[in-house]
Design a protein around this ligand. Structure first.
Ligand code: ADP
Length: 455
């Protein structure tokens, strides 16, 4: 879950907790106060009825009832039961009929408030003494209006709770989006920085907050990275450059040796080995140099129009020099009718290096079994397909073959450095092309190189 959503959710949960507690408090407090006021109204009526019952003269009794009728009126389902002192049987019967707990009756005896609520009905009990006489009055009524009010309050609080939750979550999300905008901007900028544009820096702004600190920290790190990259790039470029001249000299001397007549077979074999291994080393030095230049935005190369069939022929020549025993064949059967589809814009040296790395791999990882190169074109690209019947690449490792110095787990038997494909990939990408790999362990590998032709 994104931090932004987490913040919005935590915010909503926290606020919902508070609003829920507040709603429960309002509900309890509201219903208490409504029922207290109803008990009070019932007690006033019970008191009048009780006093009326204690009167000896009928006239006074009816005055009490008259006052009650005129000034108070009846409550819904109002009932009064009077127990005079000595009416033990009646008291027992009523006690059995009515649902009140023992504490209710204890309170009446102690002259404390005796109140009870069951099945929407409110019950009260009073102990009234007057002029030496005492009676107990049990009254009940239903607070129809109060119950409706409480029910309305409950509905209002529930609807209010859900509406406020909706707003809290919506505003919480908006708020967290706002807070995370600067971080998203940094992520976008950082994603745009790679080895090719290491000189780019993040916009620091002037907010004087943690985001500004973070941008500064990133920029400092990029400064250090750029310096390290430059040092590495210069070292690799210089070292491979320095290798080239002595290697050319050694290769020339070996060729000279091979051209001599009457040299013993052992010496000839030695010269051949020196010539082949020097070719290998030259290829490695060239690859390192090209990788340094293409990977780290080195000097600009010379671009020109290139015919890919000619390019493939020069690749074959380079491969023949390094692996004379190869069985590479070029298939021209699928050449497009329109020759324009064979012409691309690019740097010949770099493209030869890229393609010869792929073809050399095909020869190497198939122990010099036949390798076919098919030249064709689709609607927008010239296509060079290199197929071998070699060891293949394990499925889960295919994604890593362009990572510098990566070598698949099934290559222990073969010499290699893991720089050929990263270099080829860099070069093809520079030409706005693409490499598509299909491979099956034990069956073989197919590399399809697509390069946009000149329109
Ligand atoms: P290496 O010097 O190891 O050949 P590369 O960069 O040229 O380095 O290739 C990277 C890895 O890709 C190789 O180590 C190998 O595992 C795999 N690979 C490349 N081409 C082939 C192929 N034709 N057949 C099988 N594996 C290949």
């Amino acid at each position: 879950m994104k931090i932004q959503t987490k913040i919005a959710l935590s915010f909503t949960i926290l606020t919902s907790g508070i609003i829920l507690a507040l709603s429960i408090f309002i509900y309890i407090f509201g219903s208490e106060s409504v029922s207290n006021s109803f008990y009070h109204r019932l007690e006033v009526r019970a008191d009048i009825v009780g006093h009326a019952a204690l009167q000896t003269s009928k006239r006074t009794t009816s005055i009490y009832y008259d006052i009650k009728e005129r000034h108070l009126g009846d409550l819904p389902f109002e009932q009064h039961r009077i127990i005079k002192s000595g009416e033990v049987e009646k008291a027992k019967r009523l006690r059995e009929q009515m649902p009140m707990p023992p504490s209710f009756y204890d309170n009446i005896v102690r002259k404390e408030p005796a109140r009870f609520f069951k099945n929407d009905t409110s019950y009260i009990g009073l102990n009234i003494n007057q002029a030496g006489q005492s009676i107990i009055i049990l009254s009940s009524a239903v607070d129809l209006y109060g119950l409706e009010e409480i029910d309305n309050l409950k509905k209002l609080l529930t609807v209010g709770f859900f509406i406020s939750m909706f707003f809290v979550f919506t505003f919480g999300r908006l708020f967290s989006t706002q807070v995370f905008n600067p971080i998203r901007r940094i992520i976008r900028n950082v994603k745009g920085i790679s080895a090719h544009n290491l000189h780019q820096r993040l916009d620091v702004g002037s907010s004087k907050d943690e985001i500004e600190d973070l941008s500064h920290t990133f920029n400092d790190m990029l400064n250090r990275l750029e310096i390290t990259f430059d040092i590495q790039n210069n070292f690799v470029s210089n070292a491979s450059h320095e290798f080239k001249t002595p290697l050319t000299v050694i290769s020339g001397e070996a060729q000279l040796g091979l051209s001599l007549d009457n040299i013993p077979p052992a010496a000839r074999a030695s010269f051949e080995t020196i010539y082949r291994e020097t070719g290998r080393l030259e290829h490695l030095a060239n690859s390192m140099l090209s990788l340094a230049q293409t990977g780290f935005d080195g000097k600009k190369e010379q671009w020109s129009r290139i015919r890919i069939d000619e390019l493939v022929l020069s690749v074959k020549e380079a491969v023949d020099k390094i692996m004379p025993a190869n069985q590479v064949t070029i298939n021209f059967d699928h050449l497009p009718d329109d020759e324009a589809k064979l012409t691309i814009n690019g740097n010949e040296t770099l493209l030869t290096a890229a393609l010869s790395n792929i073809v050399l791999n095909s020869c190497k990882y198939s122990d010099n079994k036949p390798v076919s190169i098919i030249i064709s074109a689709d609607k927008t690209h010239s296509v060079i397909e290199i197929n071998d019947v070699g060891i293949g690449i394990p499925d889960r490792e295919i994604a890593q073959i362009y990572v510098p110095f990566f070598r698949a787990s099934n290559t222990e038997r073969y010499k290699g450095y893991g720089i050929g494909l990263p270099l080829a990939n860099n070069i093809i990408k520079k030409h706005e092309g693409a490499i598509v790999v299909n491979s099956q362990v034990g069956a073989g590998t197919s590399f399809k190189v697509l390069l946009p032709f000149v329109k």
